[in-house]
Structures are given as structure tokens and as C-alpha cells.
Ligand binder design. Structure first.
Ligand code: IPE
Length: 266
């Protein structure tokens, strides 16, 4: 199970710009993993394809009857929901197309079509992600989904989806969070960190620092990843945080060679 972080695969402060080279490299790595006979499921984040507009339109707060804004592209929250879903399909289309180019058979599962409600207990049948063919890659992502109460909609993070898949699908061995700009979990804020500040093994008694850009991020940043990662680790699945700009580190991990990153202990 791999989560491609939105900050890794997009330029986070520029509306809807993908990091194509990084996506290509990640997809080649996925291909190499499947060549070792290991099946991969991909969940990706939103980055600038989701967070900027969702934040501007306060979609993470659900439907706000009094809320008014006009940004020249849409005139209501409901229109913004449609737009963000479209933008996420565009980003997903890029990932899917790069997977096809390396010879894999990706199957996209847009959450607004099969999932509803928010957080780790979201509703949605996960059976669609099961298959035993290594060439078939199920792909899903963080999205705006419907919510059953008066809030109408909200943001379901890819971190919640990947955690549920890791815990509930049979036979999942490892979950890798591929992140952008950091080698793993750090003891000090990323811009101050040196190699010695990487936490190689994290358990709840180890304190860490992470940058949560609350001004642009509508989901939970690093805190959400650690929380969900720890739930997964406790279920017996290996959980690792790796710098996705160096995808060979993921291969090294799988091949039992030296790798750089953080393991979340149970
Ligand atoms: C967020 O999903 C989805 C939207 C904002 C529409 P994630 O929480 O998985 O995204 P990243 O990884 O933080 O970008």
C-alpha cells in the first residue's frame, strides 16, 4: 500500500500544477516492485489540485448556508465541490496515465463515486480494491465526498482511505507514505533539520516536529499521517515514511537493503 503525498506529486502553492517527473519516477518504481511479484495499491493526495480551492471555499467545514464568496470561477460552495472533484480527476488522470506508460493496468476509484462520510470510519465497500493480479493497480485518492447529515459534503483524506485499506484488506504487508521534501519524521522542524534529526523508529513516546501548513491544508498534515500510521502498525502491518523524491529508497526497503526513512512501531 503506497500513499503518494499531495505535497510530493504537486507544486503545493501553485493551483493544479503536477510534479510530472516525480510522478513518472514513482510509477517506474511501482512497476519495479510489481516485477518482484508484490502487488501495489496506490492512494494519492491532492496538494494544489485540492487544498487551495477547498480551503478558499471552506469545503472542509461542509455546507455553510450563509457563506458567500466569488472567485471568478464559481459562485457557491456546491459549485466548488464540483470543481474540486474535477480537479482531483485531472490529477488522478495524470497518475493513471503514467502507470499505463510503464505497462501497468491501473483501475481508478474516485471516492465521490463509492465513499461517503468522513474520518477513519467513512462508509464505502473496500472489496473493489481486492485482486490477485500484480499488473492491476487499484488507484484512489483524497476527495470531496457526500456526508449523510446537514453538512452535505466534506473532505475525505487519502490518509484515512489508505489506513482503512491497510487494516481491512487481507494480506497487506506494508504501508509506505511517500512524502515530499522530508526524509521521514524529524525531531526538529524540517527547515532546521540535519541528517541526525531523522527519527528512524517512532513510537508514541518519541516527540516529533512537522510543518502543518494550516493556511493551505484542509486535512491533517503530518499529525494525521502519524495517527493513522500508528493505527495501521498496531494492526500488524509494517508502516514507513519515506522521501518520495528518492523512490529507490522504497525499493531498498522492499529488498531488505539499507534505506533511509522512518518506521512507525506498533
Ligand atoms: C485531500 O486529500 C483531498 C482534498 C483536499 C480534496 P489528502 O489529505 O490525502 O491530500 P494531501 O496528501 O494532504 O495533499
Amino acid at each position: 500500500m503506497v500513499k503518494f503525498g499531495g505535497a510530493l506529486i504537486t507544486k503545493k502553492d501553485k493551483q493544479s500544477v503536477a510534479h510530472l517527473e516525480i510522478i513518472k519516477n514513482l510509477c517506474s518504481t511501482v512497476k519495479e516492485i510489481t516485477e518482484e511479484g508484490i502487488q501495489v495499491i496506490i492512494v494519492h493526495g491532492a496538494g494544489s489540485f485540492g487544498h487551495l480551492k477547498a480551503k478558499q471555499w471552506r469545503l472542509n467545514e461542509g455546507y455553510l448556508p450563509e457563506f458567500k464568496l466569488s472567485d471568478g470561477t464559481c459562485s457557491s460552495q456546491r459549485e466548488a465541490v464540483v470543481d474540486v472533484r474535477k480537479d482531483m480527476l485531472t490529477l488522478n488522470g495524470i497518475v493513471v496515465s503514467e502507470l499505463r506508460k510503464v505497462g501497468l493496468n491501473p483501475i481508478p476509484h474516485p471516492p465521490h463515486e463509492w465513499a461517503s462520510n468522513l474520518g477513519p470510519k467513512f462508509t464505502g465497500d473496500l472489496v473493489r480494491f481486492q485482486s490477485d493480479d500484480v499488473g492491476t493497480i487499484h488507484v484512489t485518492f483524497g476527495d470531496v465526498v457526500d456526508v449523510d447529515d446537514q453538512t452535505e459534503f466534506g473532505i475525505l483524506s487519502g490518509d484515512d482511505i489508505v489506513a482503512r485499506l491497510s487494516i481491512e484488506l487481507p494480506g497487506v504487508e506494508s504501508l509506505v507514505f511517500a512524502m515530499g521534501g522530508v526524509d521521514g519524521l524529524l525531531k526538529v522542524p524540517p527547515h532546521l533539520a540535519t541528517d541526525e534529526d531523522l527519527i528512524e523508529n517512532w513510537s508514541p513516546d518519541v516527540s516529533y516536529e512537522g510543518l502543518h501548513q494550516a493556511d493551505i491544508d484542509v486535512t491533517g498534515g503530518i499529525g494525521l499521517k502519524i495517527n493513522r500510521g500508528h493505527l495501521v502498525a498496531k494492526s500488524g502491518v509494517n508502516v514507513h515514511l519515506i522521501n518520495g523524491e528518492y523512490p529507490e529508497r522504497i525499493l531498498n526497503l522492499i529488498r531488505n537493503q539499507d534505506w533511509i526513512g522512518t518506521t512507525i512501531l506498533r
